[in-house]
Design a protein around this ligand. Structure first.
Ligand code: B16
Ligand code: MG
Length: 219
């Protein structure tokens, strides 16, 4: 294993609740819609625009908005979201992640980020982790979102590695599918039944370790 390519939300920090709060605020204000709690999970790993399209479809109002209006609404949501994540600090790093990064770096494993979030650099800076990563793949430069492999391939390319020498790390089903489509080893955190496509699944990020990554990659 020469590289570890990380998803951000749900793996390094838990921003899903902030995304959901921001979407809920927008949906209520703009469309008078109340988003059901299940929506939080459904929006994981999905791009900003695709998330909004899902919400408009849920309200059966997608046909009332053109591309420009959708872009403006997505921008508005991002304003609410940025306000919410302004409070992030290193205390919001998920358990075990700081230690995992240190272990991987001690073994000369290159680290890169493959997140759907355009806010990834800002979030990593808030967490004090920005300098630890060798690269952050830019989601606005890839053609297809997860489950397509594009962002993980860009993550490996950004550190000059063959995807087969990399482990991808995810919490979402679509993200695990993206890792496997990129020909990488997939290590996931969450429900083993849901994430059955992964090569290894742990219950909590605290169970991640260099040894687990290396062993899973060797298999
Ligand atoms: P932004 P990940 C994803 O992050 C989130 O899970 C998803 O809910 C969000 O819509 C997406 O980033 C885009 O985020 O609006 O900040 O560009 O899990 O791929 O790290
Ligand atoms: Mg995620």
């Amino acid at each position: 294993m020469k590289g570890a390519i990380f998803d951000l939300d749900g793996v390094i920090t838990d921003t899903a609740k902030f995304h959901f709060e921001a979407w809920s605020q927008l949906a209520k204000e703009q469309f008078g819609l109340e988003l059901p709690a299940e929506f939080e999970a459904q929006l994981k790993g999905i791009s900003r625009t695709d998330s909004l399209v899902k919400i408009l479809e849920f309200g059966d109002i997608l046909d009332q908005y053109d591309e420009e209006q959708i872009a403006q609404l997505a921008e508005k949501k991002n304003g609410y979201y940025l306000k919410a994540i302004d409070t992030l600090t290193k205390d919001d790093i998920l358990p075990g992640i700081t230690d995992l990064i240190a272990q991987l770096k001690a073994h000369d494993v290159k680290l890169s980020i493959a997140s759907a979030s355009k806010n990834a650099p800002a979030i990593l800076k808030k967490l004090g982790l920005y300098e630890k990563f060798d690269a952050i793949a830019d989601p606005s430069k890839v053609a297809n979102g997860k489950p397509a492999p594009d962002i993980f391939l860009a993550g490996a390319k950004a550190v000059d590695l063959d995807p087969r020498d990399c482990v991808g790390v995810e919490d979402a089903v679509s993200g695990v599918a993206a890792i496997k489509a990129a020909n990488m080893t997939a290590v996931a955190v969450g429900d083993p039944k849901e994430l059955s496509q992964a090569d290894a699944v742990v219950n909590t990020t605290a169970d991640f370790s260099y040894e687990l990554f290396e062993k899973t990659w060797e298999k």
